[in-house]
Design a protein around this ligand. Structure first.
Ligand code: ADP
Ligand code: MG
Length: 139
């Protein structure tokens, strides 16, 4: 488990960009944390780091549930399950990098990133299910 502190929005974006470098292309990343804690901001950085194609922009999938963005490293599938009870995330596994806000079935997640309010910034707690070796922030 790793913990980091992100002092502002730009640091959350940068964290997403850095995190992108560690991905192979078929991971499921689950994002936890209250409304406004930075989950979608993180996905913006992630998309940037993956080389999101020109003309595409990360927008919160609060209403669409699923947004997809083509990137230089394959598809980025962005899911938001806020208040969505029955949704099969599994159908997307293997189709690209899957990132799920308000994930419920944490069994499916290779990595869980929790965003917590702390002062004016955010504390981020990372937990890894299966591919720990690949991600550790320190290595
Ligand atoms: P969520 O998707 O979790 O609901 P958003 O990413 O949509 O949250 O919104 C997070 C809000 O907090 C945005 O206004 C963003 O500018 C801000 N923010 C993001 N990261 C940080 C941070 N590390 N410190 C302070 N504010 C942040
Ligand atoms: Mg969001």
């Amino acid at each position: 488990m790793d913990e980091i502190f992100l002092k502002d929005e730009q640091e959350t974006i940068n964290f997403g960009k850095e995190f992108a470098k560690r991905l192979k292309g078929d991971e499921v990343i689950c994002l936890l944390g209250d409304l406004g804690s930075g989950k979608t901001t993180f996905v913006k950085g992630l998309a940037e780091g993956l080389g999101i194609r020109e003309g595409y922009q990360v927008r919160s999938p609060t209403f669409t549930i699923v947004n997809e963005y083509p990137t230089q490293r394959g598809r980025l599938i962005h899911i938001d399950l806020y208040r969505v009870e029955d949704f099969d995330v599994e159908q997307f596994v293997g189709e690209g990098i899957v990132v799920v806000e308000w994930a419920r079935n944490l069994e499916l997640c290779d990595c869980i990133i929790e965003f917590l309010f702390e002062g004016d910034g955010r504390r981020v707690v990372l937990k890894f299910n299966k591919k720990e070796v690949r991600y550790g922030l320190s290595g």
